[in-house]
Design a binder for this molecule. Structure first.
Ligand SMILES: Cc1ncc(COP(=O)(O)O)c(C=O)c1O
Length: 447
């Protein structure tokens, strides 16, 4: 019998989980296998990350090979080819001009790295007054102190305080009253971007702002889509005032929207892209900040010879196993045309998602690429309970893995999903919603 006492689980209702563990023991393609031998259809690509499907043989083999050849090598004042190859592979997917890569181990570190690059960049080019950072309400930028500061999740502030000084936030653009059940990008709300200039820059003085960071599509807090034209406006305002624009593409990177990055989908090129998750198909942890060349070159030209140009890094930056995984993963994305596949499947996914409209408690459905958010009317006084009930029933009764955040169901399957599996995924959720009680009984769902 497995002892579950010692592992303090992250972002988990530990006591609830441990009372009846949901244990995954194997994975292949679109499915997990549970410890009781059931197949679970993965509607979430693990955690928005196994875009090529699980245990892809080419990726697994690359990691196995690298582990036997060289387990670890430092990249502080030393190097190994894998890290350079991984950087070149990543650049081959990135928008033109973003061609310098700083590696780290996950999305949180990638966010902190990008914020540090932004602050230090202004400093080294002699504009050290630019110390402010602007994020957005309901943004999720990971769990580092930089990320929670620019992120807009109230729970973080409640538990950990304000984190960094000099940070302000745009409002998020979700407007269900005007945009409910939009298919793809919402029509209304591009003007929300104007408050960057009219409210925040007017208040703080644009000359003090180093960077604005946004997720092109806010995933973790419930699939909040940018209204048409919104990101273009943010880009234009940043350009006008010499402010760096960082896209956090930890979720939107690597084909989730049917293009390499969200930047490609929206036709808006930021100054830096933060990525992780799908970079290695989540096989080995890795994150990266992809940086505009002239930002990188400024560091190179301003520092004295033989000195460290950027005082930042992690022991596992460009880890050989992660690098090998990244190279193999990017190769799989290209050779199997997975981004194009996602784009081709998106209309079917959209139509299946919106087939749930009209079912009990469905308040809004939002979708783009292979992402969908289904917002439910919650149980008064018990936020998150209704969606959690659907999650439990999906897992135990329907053999389907979904993700919930508050009372929003978020779906982001591997890009290899088939039409029949899309039907299974939304069919399962639909069946569960049809039998929802006014107040769902979580205990019952676990029985
Ligand atoms: C947009 C975004 N940024 C950052 C992160 C943090 O990534 P990690 O959990 O790998 O630190 C996430 C995680 O979901 C994310 O969605």
């Amino acid at each position: 019998m497995l002892n579950t006492d010692h592992f303090w689980m992250p972002f988990t209702a530990n006591r609830q989980f441990k009372s009846k563990p949901r244990m995954l023991v194997a994975a292949s393609g679109m499915h997990y296998t549970t410890d009781d031998g059931r197949q679970i259809l993965d509607g979430t690509a693990g955690l928005w990350c196994s875009n090529a499907g699980h245990c892809h043989p080419k990726i697994t083999e690359a990691i196995r090979h690298q582990a036997g050849k060289m387990d670890f090598a430092p990249v502080f004042q030393m190097g190994h080819p894998q890290a350079f190859e991984a950087a070149s592979a990543l650049v081959s997917l990135a928008p033109e001009g973003l061609n310098r890569v700083f590696f780290c181990n996950d999305g949180s570190e990638a966010v902190d790295s990008a914020l540090k690059i932004a602050l230090a960049y202004h400093r080294v080019r002699g504009d050290g007054m630019r110390h402010r950072l602007i994020g957005r309400e309901r943004a999720y930028h990971g769990v580092g102190f930089g990320g929670i500061a620019v992120g807009g999740i109230a729970g973080n502030r409640k538990h950990f305080g304000p984190a960094l000084p000099g940070v302000d936030h745009l409002r998020h653009p979700l407007n269900i009253a005007k945009n409910a059940f939009s298919k793809g990008l919402p029509e209304h709300g591009a003007e929300m971007a104007d408050e960057l200039e009219q409210r925040l820059l007017a208040l703080h003085d644009p000359a003090t702002v180093a960077a604005v960071i946004v997720e092109p599509l806010q995933g973790s807090t419930g699939v909040i889509l940018p209204p048409k034209g919104y990101l273009q406006k943010i880009r234009a305002i940043c350009d006008k005032y010499g402010i760096l624009l960082i896209f956090d593409e930890v979720i939107t990177g690597f084909g989730r929207l049917g293009t390499p990055f969200g930047a490609d989908y929206f036709g808006v090129v930021p100054d830096m892209i933060v990525c992780a998750k799908g970079l290695t198909n989540a096989t080995v942890p890795m994150g990266a900040a992809i940086v505009r060349q002239d930002i990188h070159d400024t560091f190179m030209s301003m520092a004295p010879e033989n000195t460290i140009e950027f005082f930042h890094g992690y022991t596992y930056t460009g880890h050989p196993l992660a690098s090998a995984a990244a190279v193999a993963t990017i190769d799989v994305y290209k050779s199997e045309h997975l981004f194009e596949r996602a784009a081709a499947m998106a209309p079917y996914f959209e139509q299946a998602a919106h087939s749930l409209r009209g079912l009990p408690y469905v308040k809004d459905i939002r979708n783009l690429g292979l992402v969908c958010g289904i917002e439910l009317d919650g149980v008064p006084g018990k936020p998150g309970m209704r969606a959690f009930d659907v999650f439990l029933k999906a897992f135990w009764e329907k053999g389907v893995l979904i993700r919930t955040t508050g009372d929003i169901i978020a779906l982001s399957p591997p890009l290899i999903i088939e039409k029949s599996q899309i039907d299974q995924l939304f069919g399962a959720i639909g069946d569960i919603l049809k039998t929802q009680k006014t107040v769902p009984d979580v205990e019952e769902a676990m029985a």
